[in-house]
Design a protein around this ligand. Structure first.
Ligand code: DON
Length: 304
């Protein structure tokens, strides 16, 4: 497959595509990002990689980080994590509080904010220094020691994080949070603030395409069974109330973030990251979704 030729077509086709939408103004640091950024990077499992545009520029990975923290919680918390968070699509916005009351504080899945806050709580209970551990893990799977938290983004979100503050306190009142709410929020806002490029993200996500093994060292960092299950949750829950639409249009497991990034995985073939900051009303990058739809249409390959 000539992936570079296909990426070149996508870049050209979408050069003048106007996705509409807006950058996320509820996190003021992210509202400063130029809306016209656009880049894509694809890594095959043999290390061959292809790219265009702003693929090397770092941006805030935001909710894409929920996949990394789930992988760590599964590794360190084992099966008992599923008593605290479910694996059903929510069909509601990522920051919704609605279902929690009826469902006794058990979030629908680990990729909505409530679910990721429970995962953060689990990691704080299981690990000595969870912030350092997470960063080391992301650096290891990306084979890049320069990846960092963006303290400005983390602080900016903390100042305006009313919904996440409400979610964690609400779940604590319902008995599904063990640690101090402030510690959980600090961890969560930091995980979302990690700055990575499409190139680094595509490399990191190879573990989900490659049965838990890293690209460069072929080291097994999570079990093949974990990779399978996390891909299944990405497929059904990675795009909140737009998960069906992404599945329908793209046909790959994927995860989005309000920084405008999307990562998708074709198990056994490749992982791919795309970045375009303008978000649709569901909080997903519209141009990013379009680029991935083009990728699976032009290659004629998806998991379906
Ligand atoms: O908690 C928040 O609102 C953000 N830090 C992350 C949200 C996000 O990326 C949702 N994804 N599309």
């Amino acid at each position: 497959m000539d992936y570079q030729a296909i990426l070149n077509v996508i870049e050209k086709e979408l050069e003048h595509f106007d996705p509409g939408g807006k950058v996320p103004d509820y996190i003021p640091e992210l509202a400063k990002i130029p809306a016209d950024k656009f880049g894509m990077h694809l890594y095959c499992l043999d290390g061959k990689n292809f790219s265009f545009g702003d693929h090397d520029e770092r941006f805030s990975i935001q909710s894409i980080s929920k996949v990394f923290t789930l992988a760590l919680a599964k590794k360190h918390g084992g099966k008992k994590i599923w008593k605290r968070v479910d694996v059903e699509p929510s069909g509601d916005p990522f920051n919704s509080l609605l279902q929690l009351e009826k469902e006794n504080g058990i979030p629908r899945n680990p990729f909505i904010n409530a679910g990721s806050l429970v995962i953060a709580d689990i990691l704080i209970s299981e690990l000595e220094n969870p912030k350092e551990y997470l960063l080391d893990f992301v650096r290891e799977i990306s084979d890049d020691p320069t990846i960092e938290y963006d303290e400005k983004v983390a602080a900016s979100e903390y100042q305006h994080g009313y919904r996440n503050i409400a979610l964690v306190n609400y779940m604590k009142s319902l008995g599904n949070i063990e640690n101090d709410a402030d510690d959980i929020l600090d961890f969560y806002f930091h995980q979302c603030s990690i700055a990575m490029s499409c190139c680094q993200l595509a490399k990191a996500f190879v573990i989900f395409a490659n049965e838990g093994k890293t690209l460069i060292t072929n080291k097994k960092v999570i079990g093949a069974n974990s990779a399978k299950r996390i891909n299944a949750i990405m497929q059904t829950c990675g795009f909140y109330d737009e998960a069906g639409e992404f599945s329908f249009r793209v046909g790959l497991p994927g995860k989005s973030g309000v920084g405008g990034g999307i990562v998708a995985v074709h198990p056994g073939q490749y992982s791919v990251a795309v970045w375009s900051p303008l978000l649709n009303e569901k909080g997903n990058s519209e141009k990013g979704m379009k680029a991935l739809e083009e990728l699976t249409s032009l290659t004629g390959l998806s998991i379906f």
